[in-house]
Write a protein of this length. Structure first.
Lengths: 324, 389, 353
């Protein structure tokens, strides 16, 4: 659908970060053992062995300290078929998620079971760990479970679990994809920018002119309505000089980030002030927009590259002090 | 209906530092919670409900982490609430916990707030790129610096006031064993010599990024009576106010929400002259200049006069209104917990348990937090005496 | 305890909302309807409280711009929970119990369609040993469904009856998404999607917003002649680890129900996003067979995240206002596989607990 056909503008948005998680004593030992192809369970105060080990006993609330090896094979207790796997699941083809009660434990672990169809899954079936090719010291070292078949796995060799665990942290990538939509009022503003126009709107109650326009006037709680085209010049109300680079920022430092109150607007918005020494920017300075070449215009605030001084005399403090 | 008198009977804090690599998220919280329970001379079995607070979930990449934390916090089978009100959340969380007791719903409530900032990067989490928009302000410092400039313009404050605050808070932090930043050599001169990051804010005038948790046990009057705690911090008043991030002609230097919250708080606590009746205050100051700004917003000083208290040394330990005896947010900033630390440190003062940074004879103290674009405010007054109202 | 009643309710539920994740464009007309129902203005609201999620919106502080919809200058007393708005209502109810305030407006909102909901929700799981597998919501609840089926606690005819009744009842609900006269055979004729679940066993991904006004004592009568009085309000949580729970029961629902008091309930709005969960919840609450369940069609026919629980309270209240119920129970759930549950009982008469 062409953008002009929809009430709102939308575009994909990604939320991506590789989180660094420190594990603490219990999970460090659990992950370190996984990296050596051994599954550890936590021994609770009542003697039950739970996999993965909880850090704190659910009854006594004390820290769990005793971990014991359990088998890498066990029994499916319940399962669901995953017809349409989502990104980053253990398998990218249909598979089952299951609760597997490992031999030697008293509570099941949740993991994937690789079989070809739901017909190959059943509660009570025996499965064993399929280890990942390269250990990472995460729960993904268990790539998935698979049916035991005719041959039970040999009991895994007991690995050294005393001493300092090798794995004390994991990296957890979180990658989410969203379809972001601007509000109907903002969409008009962004579409105006694509035509080189700055479109504000007036609140029908308080009569203040908002730019960008708002789905709700923050004072009156009603949408701004009457469209007001604003000039691309105004006054710097206040600003800061940025000397610190930040992720994704492409502007060379130092640069000025300023609140610009466009003539005729009742609210300032943040933008860049360039084409002058940062030290020369002042509260009250008169500025005008510098636009990208027309052929590069899109529905984006980046169409205005920055603001620059007009050379007009500064605005009197009295004229903008109520906007601080 | 009369409100049930309530008091803080236990406080627990973790060591605050840039990265607590020795613990998981649950382990971090339990360090604070176990200390709070021990301080209150209670166990999990005594707790009726748990209230958890933290700032945005994107910081740790766990959606509603209180769900995962429920068991480690001993909440299974009990009510658990999760509060999120931006930077003020630590304070709001304490207020929600207090209200559960004041309403007569529960006798003993455990509340805990945390942030494990080392799991990600706060500047990233707060400014995930949004389509159509151009980010220009470069993080929280970039957001607040223009408003600091406005304050300086409005008040005519000398430009070294921020450095005085930073040097004072960093010196106070040396008296607090939990504080993150511990630099013995911080002086007004060294702060002024530090790099200008977001002019007019210098590097030494900004808060660190910390891992940490803070917990409190709040008890009803009758539960205080049956506890072994003889020096509770009685809650004399709590207030929360919010306003929009941006609005035409909104005062961003001295926000109306903060002023109204403070006025209501003083009234509720029976205080007519805050500077005379409050013995010390833990105020949310993530950038040094917010000390004088909030002194005015809270009514400790007239508008435009807050910096004079700072300049005269009246906000230092031993001054007329000591502020951030613990070293404040400028010395430790696990964001979601920072507000609760203010509330807890105020409590420690009136309990007489603030150790080296104790204000002699403190009987009434303020705990304060704010968040968002100076738009969410949470505050309380605690006292050594049971409130008369 | 002070007598507090639900006096206004407004909602929007839709498959895909054509608007921003702040949902301001839904909240503005919703608040307008609250004022219309009560005859009040925002000056009459002492406290505001909301429920929403940053991860649903994909950005930090997603609740902040929703405050604009209130029109929050002069400033308002306000709070927010990162939970279904049913818990925001609980916070507001507690605030009224302190005696500090007499009225509150509570809202929830969320645009689940903006992301891949069943994947996003896996971020709720244990971040070390479970989340890295990205177990999706549908799979997790399927584990529960199979366990109940194979233990003989219910059969697929029983869950099909839940689906058929819900979709049929939803026909009369203008805000339901999946609706229309449906028989048990229609349901059983559907193919398996996530064995043992068919698509109709799973709530549709839904966007929406909703709001409720509560008021204490005489203030409630000022807003409505027949307020729905809250007679019990309780919630409980369980461990997140599925292996630490008996999945075929809901102990937290049972605890909350017992504390709230379910005697005399003639109608229940249960927040069951999966068909088998209605059966678990009925059992946990000990509801008699003659109790009307989910006359709105329930969450199985529209399940806007962070709002659907509040909607149950709103729907139950509407029945009380209309005289269709004398005592109703509303339930809300949160967290993976019924981890956390809330029960609110409402009655046409004060204190009829």
């Amino acid at each position: 659908m062409a953008p002009s056909e929809s009430r709102v503008l939308s575009a994909p948005m990604k939320v991506e970060f590789d989180y660094t998680r420190s594990l603490g004593p219990v999970l460090s030992r659990f992950m370190s053992a996984l990296a050596q192809q051994q599954v550890l369970g936590g021994v609770l105060a009542d003697g039950r062995v739970v996999v993965p080990p909880p850090e704190f006993d659910p009854v006594t609330h004390a820290a769990v300290t005793e971990l014991v090896p359990v088998s890498s094979a066990g029994v499916v207790q319940t399962w669901t078929w995953v017809t349409e796997p989502v990104k980053d699941q253990p398998l990218d083809r249909p598979f089952a998620f299951a609760h597997v009660l490992l031999d030697g434990s008293d509570a099941p672990i949740l993991h994937a079971v690789s079989v070809d169809s739901p017909a190959a899954m059943s509660t009570g079936m025996r499965v064993k760990v399929r280890w990942a090719d390269e250990p990472t010291g995460t729960i993904r070292d268990i790539a998935w479970f698979e049916p035991v078949g005719d041959e039970e796995p040999a009991p895994s060799a007991s690995v050294e679990t005393t001493g300092e665990p090798e794995i004390t942290g994991i990296i957890s990538p979180v990658n989410l994809e969203y379809m972001y939509a601007a509000s109907p009022e903002e969409s008009k503003f962004f579409r105006g920018l694509a035509e080189g126009r700055i479109l504000g709107q007036r609140c029908p109650k308080c009569q203040k002119v908002y730019v960008p326009p708002r789905g709700a006037c923050p004072v009156d709680g009603v949408p701004t309505a009457e469209e007001i085209e604003l000039p691309d010049r105004g006054t710097v109300t206040t600003f800061c000089i940025v000397n610190v680079p930040f992720q994704g920022q492409k502007i060379p430092i130092p640069y000025v980030s300023a609140y610009v109150l466009l003539d005729g607007a009742d609210i300032a918005f943040l933008h860049l002030i360039l084409e002058c020494d940062a030290a020369d920017v002042r509260m009250g300075m008169r500025v005008e927009a510098v636009w990208k070449p027309r052929e590069e215009w899109t529905t984006d605030l980046n169409n205005i590259k920055y603001f620059r001084p007009t050379g007009e005399p500064d605005a009197e403090y009295e004229t903008y002090k109520q906007h601080l | 209906m009369a409100k049930v008198p309530a008091a803080v009977i236990g406080v627990g804090q973790t060591k605050y530092q840039a990265a607590r690599k020795d613990v998981s998220i649950a382990g971090l919280l339990r360090e604070a919670v176990d200390r709070a329970l021990a301080d209150a001379q209670l166990t999990f079995a005594d707790i009726d409900a748990v209230v958890v607070g933290k700032a945005p979930d994107l910081f740790e990449g766990v959606m509603m982490p209180e769900l995962y934390l429920a068991d480690a916090l001993g909440a299974a089978g009990k009510p658990l609430l999760r509060v999120h009100t931006a930077g003020s959340v630590g304070g709001s969380t304490a207020i929600v916990a207090a209200s559960l007791v004041q309403a007569g719903v529960h006798e003993r409530v455990l509340t805990v707030a945390f942030e494990k900032q080392s799991e990600s990067n706060a500047m990233w989490a707060l400014s995930v790129p949004v389509p159509f928009i151009m980010p220009v302000h470069a993080g929280a410092g970039g957001y607040f610096a223009p408003h600091v400039r406005s304050y300086i313009r409005r008040s005519g404050a000398p430009t070294n006031i921020g450095a005085i605050v930073a040097a004072k808070d960093r010196q106070n932090a040396l008296k607090n064993p939990y504080a993150h930043l511990r630099n013995e050599n911080t002086t007004v001169e060294s702060v002024l010599a530090s790099t200008m990051l977001w002019d007019p804010i210098r590097y030494d005038e900004t808060c660190p990024s910390s891992d940490g948790a803070c917990a409190m046990v709040i008890a009803s009057e009758s539960a205080v009576g049956t506890s072994g705690v003889t020096n509770p911090a009685w809650i004399h008043g709590t207030q929360m106010r919010s306003e929009p991030t941006t609005a035409a002609e909104r005062d961003q230097v001295n926000p109306q929400a903060g002023r109204e919250a403070a006025a209501a708080l003083w009234k509720q606590a029976g205080i007519t002259s805050p500077i005379d009746e409050i013995d010390c205050a833990e105020i949310y100051v993530p950038f040094s200049w917010f000390e004088p700004m909030w002194l005015e917003n809270l009514g400790f000083a007239a508008e435009g006069e807050g910096w004079k208290l700072t300049e005269a040394g009246e906000t230092a330990l031993g001054g007329r209104i000591p502020v951030n005896m613990s070293g404040g947010v400028l010395s430790s900033n696990p964001i979601g917990a920072s507000g609760m630390i203010r509330f807890a440190e105020a409590s420690l003062q009136v309990m007489g348990e603030a150790g080296e940074h104790q204000v002699d004879g403190a009987r009434k103290a303020l705990g304060h937090a704010y968040g968002g674009g100076s738009q969410f405010f949470a505050m309380w007054v605690v006292g050594a005496d049971k409130p008369s109202n | 305890m002070r007598d507090v009643a639900v006096v206004a309710f407004s909602q929007r539920q839709m498959k895909e909302m054509d608007g921003s994740p702040t949902c301001v464009e839904l909240l503005v007309p919703i608040f307008g309807e609250l004022y219309e129902q009560t005859g009040w203005t925002k000056k009459d609201i002492d406290f505001w409280c909301s429920g929403s999620s940053d991860y649903l919106a994909g950005r930090s502080f997603s609740f902040v711009s929703a405050v604009d919809a209130i029109g929050a200058l002069p400033p308002v007393m306000e709070s927010h929970v990162e939970m279904d708005a049913a818990w925001a209502l609980y916070e507001a109810w507690v605030k009224i119990q302190t005696g500090e305030i007499d009225t509150a407006a509570v809202y929830g909102f969320g645009k689940a369609s903006a992301g891949v909901l069943r994947r996003t929700l896996s971020l709720q799981l244990d971040p070390y040993t479970v989340q890295p597998l990205w177990p999706d919501t549908v799979s997790l609840n399927g584990l529960q469904a199979r366990e109940g089926l194979e233990k003989g606690l219910w059969d697929e005819k029983a869950t099909a009856e839940v689906v058929a009744r819900s979709m049929t009842d939803a026909a009369a609900n203008e805000w339901a998404i999946r609706k229309g006269a449906t028989s048990v055979d229609d349901v059983l004729a559907q193919p398996m999607y996530a064995d043992p679940l068919r698509r109709w066993d799973i709530a549709p991904v839904s966007d929406g917003a909703a709001a409720i006004v509560i008021a204490a004592g005489d203030k409630a009568y000022e807003a409505r002649e027949t307020p729905a009085w809250i007679t019990g309000f309780e919630h409980r949580i369980e461990p997140i680890a599925l292996n630490a729970r008996d999945l075929t029961t809901s102990t937290s629902t049972a605890l909350a129900g017992r504390a709230a008091g379910t005697a005399g309930v003639d109608l229940a709005e249960l927040h069951a996003p999966f068909s088998h969960q209605e059966i678990i919840l009925r059992e946990a609450l000990g509801l008699a067979s003659d109790v009307t369940v989910n006359p709105s069609g329930g969450a199985l026919t529209a399940n806007p995240m962070f709002t659907a629980g509040l909607n149950r309270i709103g729907e139950a209240s509407r029945r009380i206002w209309a005289g269709e119920s004398e005592k109703a129970l509303a339930h809300s759930t949160s967290g993976p596989v019924l981890q956390q549950n809330l029960v609110c009982t409402l009655a046409s008469k004060k204190g009829s607990n």
